[in-house]
Ligand binder design. Sequence first.
Ligand code: NAD
Length: 328
Amino acid sequence: MDIAVFSTKSYDRTFLDAAADGRHKLHYIDAQLNSDTAVLASGSHTVCAFVNDRVDESVLKVFRNLGVGLVALRAAGYNNVDLVAAKRLEIAVARVPAYSPEAVAEHAVALILSLDRNIHRAYARVREGNFALEGLLGFNLHGKTVGIVGTGRIGTAVARIMSGFGCKVLAADIQVNPDCTAIGVNYVALPALLAASDIVTLHCPLTHETRHLVDEAALARMKPGVMLINTSRGAIVDTRAAVASIKSGRLGHLGLDVYEEEATLFFDDKSDQVIRDDVFERLLTFPNVLVTGHQGFFTKEALTAIAETTIANVESFEKTGTPVNALT
Ligand code: NAD
C-alpha cells in the first residue's frame, strides 16, 4: 500500500519503518493535515494521521476525489475526525485503541509527583546553587483522595498506581468498570467526586458532553488547593476558568499534558518565536502549573505498539476491506 503519513516526526519514521518492514511505501509528509495540505495524499490509498491533524468534511472530500480509502489514525482519541462525513463518503477510519495505557497513566502520575514535591522548581534552584527549601513544601500522597474522571484503559491504570501509593480512589464514569471496583475504587457522581478529591485527574475522551467539563462551576465545587491533572484532551478543561481559579487560590496545582489550543503550538520547536497565545503564556507564569507538550504517549513501548497496530489496520483493510480497529 502507498501510505501518506501526515505530521511526520523523526520518531514516526523510525517506528513506522520498523513495523512496515518494507511491505508498504510510506510517504512521509512534515505538514499537518488540513484542507490546504490534504492534496499531498495524492497517489496514496491510505492516509495516516495524528492527534492535531484535522480530518473534517472538507479534507475527507479531497480524499474521496483522490481515491483514499482509509484514514488510519496513529492515536487512540478521534475527536479530530468527522466520522459521519467519513461514513457518508465511504472512507474507512481506524484508530489504535489501546497501545499502552500505562504510558499515559505513568505520565499523569509523573505530573502529580512533580507538582506535589515541586520537582520542576527544585531542578532549576539546585542548578543555580540555591538549596533553600522555602516554597518547596509538598504533601504525602498516602491517605489522600484521588478522583478519576473516566475509568477506561488509562484511568484504570492510574487507579492501580494511586491505590499503590495508599490513596483512596473515587471515580466518575458513564459506565462502571469492574476492574476498578475489584481494586476498591468507589464510583460516585461527578459533583461528589469534585467535592471530595485532593487530586482530580481526567481520563475521559473529548466529546460534546465532556467539552469544558471542568469549567468555572466545576472548579468552584472542588476543594480549596486541589490538584487538577489533564492528560486527556485540552478542551475538557476551560483554560480561562482554570487561570482564574489559580489566581483566586482555589486551584492549588495544575498539570497539563494537553491544551485546548495546542494544535498550533505542540510537537514543534518554537523556541525562537514569539508565542501569541496569551492564555497559554499566562499559564506558564504560575509556579504551581506544569505543562508538557502532549508527551503522555511518548515511550518506546507505546510508539512500537502504535506503529504495529497502525500497520495491522492497513493490512487488514487491504485484505478484507475492514481495518481491525474500525471506527466507521
Ligand atoms: P477508553 O475509551 O478506554 O476510556 C475512556 C473512559 O471515559 C470510558 O470508561 C468511558 O466510559 C469514559 N467516559 C466517556 N464519557 C464520559 C463522561 N462524560 N464522563 C465520564 N467518563 C466518560 O480511553 P483511554 O484509552 O483510557 O483514553 C482516554 C483518553 O486519553 C483518550 O480519549 C485520549 O483523548 C487521551 N489520550 C491522551 C494521550 C496523551 O498522549 N496525552 C494518549 C492517549 C490517549
